[in-house]
Design a protein. Structure first.
Ligand code: COA
Length: 209
């Protein structure tokens, strides 16, 4: 398995990447921001994506977005093809995109919003901490990405304060010792599960009444 910074030779995978993201979101029944092949290609051409390839088969992908004049960087669109799941591939891609983000944008805060328990756990282990949305970028372009999510009405209703997604942030200015002390505590998946279930009860119940 090759896990590399994507380039022009990977453009042929843009379509399958978008289809796999959309298909997985449908199966999970979660909301997701739509990605077009053109957008994915741009990421590849700018050296802002990591791709995993097995032979000539697409296995996984993730990309970087910069917001708020590069003060914030998001690692988005993490996807592992169903044929390659549960083998530790997402973890490797996450680490690779994190290292690339740190290298290209050393001063930037790295953040993500997700409903995925696996992603929350991986982020936590990389030194991210859960934060309120007010600690994330206020760049309207970032939040525009949520418009194509089926839960966008929740975000609007709460005036962008919260949604089903949990915001997580890695702050390079935070003393390393604090990050290490936190990740040493090892958060259990149950904690994130509880958080998600509370939010679903709160927001989706309200939405349906
Ligand atoms: C989520 C996803 C990226 C995981 O890929 P993967 O290669 O199977 O993940 P890994 O094998 O590297 O597992 C990483 C960790 O997440 C856990 N995990 C994997 N899938 C999980 C799931 N569906 N629910 C909860 N935890 C999960 C693993 O147990 C592992 O934890 P561990 O370190 O305690 O063993 C993959 O299932 C996927 O592409 N899903 C659809 C798209 C998606 O959900 N993307 C995230 C959107 S924010």
């Amino acid at each position: 398995m090759d896990i590399v910074i994507a380039n022009a030779s990977h453009v042929k995978f843009a379509e399958i990447i978008c289809d796999t993201i959309a298909e997985s979101a449908k199966i999970r029944g979660t909301g997701i921001a739509k990605r077009t092949p053109e957008y994915i290609i741009k990421k590849m051409m700018n050296g802002n994506a990591i791709i995993a390839i097995e032979g000539d088969q697409f296995a996984g992908f993730c990309y970087i977005e910069a917001w708020g004049h590069q003060k914030y960087v998001a690692n988005s669109g993490l996807i592992v093809h169903p044929d390659f799941r549960n083998q530790g591939l997402a973890k490797k891609i996450k680490k690779a995109i994190f290292d690339l983000s740190r290298k290209k944008f050393p001063e930037a805060k790295i953040f993500g919003i997700t409903t995925g328990l696996a992603v929350m756990k991986m982020n936590y282990e990389l030194g991210y901490r859960p934060v309120t949305f007010s600690e994330l970028t206020d760049d309207p372009e970032f939040w525009k990405g949520c418009q194509t999510c089926k839960n966008f009405d929740i975000l609007t209703r709460t005036e962008r304060k919260m949604c089903l997604c949990t915001g997580m942030l890695y702050d390079p200015a935070e003393p390393r010792a604090e990050r290490v002390a936190r990740s040493d505590k090892k958060i259990s998946r149950k904690t994130f599960e509880r958080l998600r279930s509370i939010k679903e009860t709160l927001f989706l119940k309200k939405k349906n009444t």
